[in-house]
Design a protein around this ligand. Sequence first.
Ligand SMILES: [Zn+2]
Length: 316
Amino acid sequence: MKIIISVLTFFMMLFGITIGANNFDTISGYKKAVKSVDLYENTMETAMPQTEIYNFISDYFKEKSAESKKIKKAIVLGYDGCRADALSLIDSQHSSAIKALTDEGGKCVLTYCGGKNLPAFNTQDTSTAPGWCTMLTGKWADVTGVTGNGIPKSNNNLTLLTTLVEDEIISSSAFCVSWGGHFSDSDSTYINEKEYCQSKNLSVAFDKSDDDEGTKKVVTDYVNSKDCPDFIFSIFEYCDHCGHSTGFNLKNPDYTGAFFDAEKTASEIINDIKARDTFENEEWLIIITSDHGGYNLAHGMFTPQERYIFTVTKKY
Ligand SMILES: [Zn+2]
């Protein structure tokens, strides 16, 4: 069945046929949009593997602070289901957290999910669980076993949220989401790890909200508190939800609107971080990234639209 869908999707993609969205979404159009993004420091051919995001965060916390008295903090603001070409939408009319970070010296790199870069076929689904799990463990699904959604990960490969706390590199971490598939449902990805943390009394918070507004509130409350966790990993569903209902496509105004919603939320959170009373005594690593892109009304497959994402990193 999967092969039939793959072949069908391939031909639809080739001829720019889309379901649910009125506009064509061809590979050539997609590539043109990605190339038009001046912020990218690399190309599709030299795209960074998603595993590197783990290394950024891990190295950051393990390196001695430039000014050793400063407390290190990090936050990941995840735009679930945001395609790499969405960055071509950034303009002066909308608030953009991505632009704000790059304007201040942050780096923006094209990144691939799915285990392998094109032209090779992907070795794991371009889906939510494999995407975020790869970032959080630094390993592809051939090691973690998380090849798709609905597969509880064993505790042989713990996430940075847990290991950084367990190894006493940081004091606390928080995982802030609204999708039940992360750690709330019975077959969720991190259900075993959540139990592990609770049984060991580790200071790792697993915060499940009802929706993006809820996640935003949890994260905002954290960054506005004195006891803000040292590492926050947050995921917002704006783009993914919209893509599934009306189409992952830049010509779909709902999808582009969802991107700007994510940008607005991230901008507000970053502004709150910068306004912390203790900001001057802290060092911050801020990362904005995505787990996968999308094509038509879905993702999980092999198209460039699904496989390229972006990673923006900025240290303060
Ligand atoms: Zn996703």
